[in-house]
Design a protein around this ligand. Structure first.
Ligand code: RB5
Length: 183
């Protein structure tokens, strides 16, 4: 992945909509492997039309690439707060979500329908949505994306559980540091 990310803030490809007027523009990091490329393009166009700022991290063709590179890139942008949220697409959504979830602070969720997209936000405060380009249709993907972006985290008891996920990351980091120092 040597290409520079394509940011619609630079290309001026953003267009306005009534939805834009109701919220400040969110920046979305978008990434896919070859199996997710076509769906990524559809999602990018849809979101640009809706007024989102898109950071397109590739891939940019159907030539075979490795999904971990793109899951990682999306996750890193979100954790660094260069993007508010990420969307990652591979053939099933599974591989790219596993890769994204290796970036500390990422909560990537594969959603195959509107219900799982809604619950990924309400219950899990997911910050990366993963989709399967070989699993969902374009129309289903658009519905899933719109639901994900339009749903807020419910907090409350769910916050406690999400905090426990962060605790796992913290404890694993501490134990890795201890093992390194002991060696
Ligand atoms: C690529 O053929 C495929 O394995 C990949 O897109 C993804 O589905 C992996 O989880």
């Amino acid at each position: 992945m040597t290409d520079k990310p394509r940011d619609s803030r630079e290309t001026g490809e953003r267009s306005s909509s009534s939805a834009t007027a109701e919220r400040s523009a969110q920046c979305i990091a978008l990434g896919a492997d070859h199996a997710g490329f076509a769906l990524k393009e559809t999602i990018r166009k849809h979101l640009e039309q809706a007024g989102y700022v898109i950071e397109d991290l590739g891939t940019w063709s159907e030539e075979s690439v490795d999904y971990p590179d793109f899951g990682r890139a999306v996750g890193e942008r979100v954790v660094a707060r260069q993007s508010d949220v990420g969307i990652a697409v591979c053939g099933t959504g599974i591989g790219i979500s596993i890769a994204a979830n290796k970036v500390p602070g990422v909560r990537a969720a594969v959603a195959h329908d509107v219900m799982t997209a809604r619950l990924a936000r309400e219950h899990n405060d997911a910050n990366v949505l993963a989709l399967g380009g070989r699993v969902v249709t374009e129309a289903q993907a658009i519905e899933i994306v719109d639901t994900f972006l339009g749903t807020r985290f419910a907090g409350g008891r769910h916050q406690r559980r999400v905090n426990k996920i962060a605790d796992i990351e913290r404890d694993e980091r501490a134990s890795a540091t201890r093992a390194k120092n002991a060696g």
